[in-house]
Design a protein around this ligand. Structure first.
Ligand SMILES: [Zn+2]
Length: 412
């Protein structure tokens, strides 16, 4: 039984190759030392001796790198099932059960941290805290709770917020209930039939209100925005990360570079055959938007990704497919090294978690994965994640019941 599995905590990891995410060259035959769930040292085996009696995770024939950071997902949605908003409207218990299964898949595929970009009933707060307490396995979660959207906007599930005052109230209530960050829907989206990708739902004063409230709470705003005035306003008003960005012009990207706005790429949900195509492809209005988005992204993203704009990646609910996101970056001309950084250090920076995460430098949390193969040579090797360690504890690995809980709390 997974519940009875011992906590598998390690003080050292032997690495065939170590890619630490700091920008340093990969090191062959390396060792990572771990203390209190954090990296104590990392370097060549010859100069990083393992203390006698230390519990060692042997990955001498593996490529070891920081745990992956999914900068944009939802925990309860499976896009291939269709009608994502309808999925969000289900009752909380089925939601929680589906989310538990989804998060296991993400964790086993190497995602150790995930930014959750809208859930209902504060499910994401409960799941974040349950994972943190060791009740269920899963990536470390950073949560947005309810999306801030307008009455007629994309992403509306139950609540909507019109005008600066309602937005301020919505953002403040989200924080009171446990949100870490703010998600605002600034344009239409692909998976809802009634909105266009450039439809701008919020005005400048509304976006500004969200940014001010987030800022006051020591947080930031992430904006769902594909293109057009909603994207422009979001960048101008100081939104920290732009999600999707499918129809951004070169001018928009230029302004993002100037304002140091992060671009969060989410390719798999509309490019992978098991995404929106499988779930909602029978709806002609959605399929038309999907095809148009694919065409534009294939044409524009190789240019955007080479422009100097800062970028990271998210699966947008395509659980377990973060490696596909990184493969797509490479297909669009990004070097495998930069793709790995987008999935680790840059993701941490975009989510403002880089004080703790994203590299295997001393002091950072010991979140790491081992891969069978060399993703710097062939990025598809990332599909073969064999070990997942979070806070120095083995979460998934050969011979382990998938993602055994690592600690137990009887009552919460
Ligand atoms: Zn999303």
């Amino acid at each position: 039984m997974a519940d009875d599995a011992p906590a598998l905590t390690f003080q050292a990891v032997r690495c065939g190759t170590l890619f630490d995410g700091t920008g340093a060259e990969p090191v062959r035959d390396a060792v990572i030392l771990i203390g209190d769930g954090r990296v104590a040292a990392a370097g060549p085996a010859a100069s990083t001796p393992i203390p006698p009696g230390a519990a060692v995770l042997d990955c001498h024939d593996r490529f070891v790198m920081p745990g992956l950071i999914d900068a944009h997902s939802h925990i309860s949605i499976v896009p291939g099932l269709g009608d994502q908003i309808g999925q969000l409207r289900q009752r909380p218990v089925p939601q929680a059960l589906r989310a538990t299964a989804n998060l296991r898949r993400d964790l086993a595929a190497g995602t150790t941290t995930m930014r959750v970009m809208t859930e209902v009933d504060f499910l994401d707060v409960e799941m974040r805290d349950a994972i943190g307490a060791g009740v269920i396995p899963g990536p470390r979660l950073v949560v947005a709770t309810r999306g801030i959207t307008s009455s007629n906007g994309h992403g509306r599930v139950h609540d909507s917020f019109d005008g600066p005052d309602e937005i301020r109230r919505g953002v403040r209530e989200n924080f009171r209930r446990g949100a870490d960050i703010v998600k605002i829907f600034a344009t239409g989206g692909v998976s809802s039939p009634g909105t266009t990708l450039k439809a701008s739902v919020y005005g400048r004063d509304e976006i500004r209100a969200a940014v001010e409230e987030a800022d006051r709470a020591g947080s930031y705003v992430a904006a769902h925005a594909h293109g057009g005035p909603g994207l422009r306003l979001s960048i101008e008003e100081g939104v920290a990360t732009i999600e999707h960005c499918g129809l951004a012009t070169d001018d928009d990207i230029g302004l993002m570079i100037e304002k140091r706005t992060w671009l969060i790429c989410t390719f798999s949900i509309f490019m992978h055959a098991t995404g929106i195509e499988q779930g909602d492809g029978r709806e002609p209005a959605i399929m038309d938007k999907l095809r148009a988005a694919r065409r534009v992204v294939e044409e524009a993203f190789p240019r955007h990704l080479a422009s100097g704009v800062r970028f990271a990646v998210g699966t947008d609910s395509m659980h377990g497919l973060l490696p596909f996101e990184l493969e797509t970056l490479v297909r669009f001309g990004v070097s495998p090294r930069d793709a790995l950084l987008a999935g680790t250090r840059w993701g941490a920076e975009a989510c403002r978690l880089d004080g703790d995460l994203g590299t295997l430098a001393p002091g950072k949390r010991a979140d790491l994965i081992a891969v069978d193969g060399d993703p710097l040579r062939d990025i598809r090797a990332l599909q073969r994640v064999t070990h997942v360690v979070k806070d120095g504890q083995l979460q998934a690995g050969p011979g382990l019941a998938l993602c055994a809980p690592t600690t137990r709390r009887d009552e919460r």
